[in-house]
Ligand binder design. Structure first.
Ligand SMILES: [Zn+2]
Length: 271
């Protein structure tokens, strides 16, 4: 599943292909994605003024104030190519632009979804209104995270993965940032001192920024970008490393299951 760094890299990669262009044509496969298609034809003739991201949603902003929200689901991919290119495998949406770029959305499992909103109502949209701050934004800082943790007894990993606390910290990045911070994933959130929370906040930002940087340098030819090509940061220190020695202390990495998701941690380094 694409995580926040993957979606951010997709955004950065698509932006130069389509920003400033007018939408000239729309076609869908007719096969349902997770939700029914919005009235995409209302965007024809409109100019794309920006492509933004909120959590794992791409936000296509048009000059008439309409915003197209797009979530890649489990297996969604965008391909930016020429309008003459034949349909791709599992292609469900096609957006043709005034520079002859054709953006194709392919999704084998069809868990992705898209919807339309207006700028004035965007933050109250049902998909966005419950979301906490962006992990790379100014609102997510040590004071904020500490306040969230003080009021919760839940294991710290659950709090990090709660989208109402902070968006986009998925299973991988929660495990990695907890390892870097020396915090056990099952530790009660309200039993962690401020300096450790401050370190955790900084580490969440750095693991995500490193993953974005790694992804940006990986993708040279954006024509072949796809959301399922795997995670960009292949130097995970704990994620997926159960039964292997810790890179820091040499003890065996353990795996526990929390909320149905596995978490790897080092019993020597994380308390
Ligand atoms: Zn260790």
């Amino acid at each position: 599943m694409p995580e926040l760094p993957e979606v951010e890299v997709i955004r950065q990669g698509l932006l130069p292909h389509i920003c400033g262009q007018h939408l000239e044509g729309v076609r869908t496969s007719g096969k349902a994605l997770r939700y029914p298609y919005p009235a995409l034809s209302t965007l024809i003739g409109k100019q794309l003024v920006d492509l933004q991201r909120r959590a794992k949603y791409l936000l296509f902003r048009f000059d008439n104030g309409q915003v197209l929200l797009w979530h890649l689901g489990m297996s969604g991919q965008f391909h930016a190519g020429c309008i003459t290119h034949p349909p791709r495998r599992h292609e469900h949406v096609r957006l043709d632009w005034s520079n002859d770029c054709s953006l194709r959305y392919c999704d084998a499992r069809r868990f992705g979804y898209l919807g339309l909103s207006h700028t004035s109502a965007l933050m109250q949209h049902a998909w966005l209104r419950h979301l906490g701050p962006e992990p790379l934004g100014a609102a997510f800082d040590a004071d904020y995270l500490f306040a969230c943790c003080r009021s919760r007894r839940a294991p710290i990993k659950h709090v990090l993965m709660d989208a109402s606390v902070v968006v986009g910290v998925g299973n991988i990045y929660a495990a990695e940032s907890l390892f870097r911070s020396g915090i056990h994933p099952a530790r009660a959130s309200n039993r962690i001192a401020f300096p450790r929370i401050a370190a955790l906040c900084a580490n969440i930002r750095s693991v995500l920024q490193e993953a974005i940087a790694a992804g940006g340098s990986t993708i040279r030819d954006f024509m072949h970008i796809d959301g399922r090509s795997g995670y960009f940061a292949h130097d995970f220190r704990v994620y997926g490393r159960q039964e292997q020695p810790c890179v820091r202390c040499g003890r065996t990495i353990r795996r526990i299951v929390q909320q149905g998701r596995s978490t790897c941690y080092c019993p020597g380094c994380q308390h």
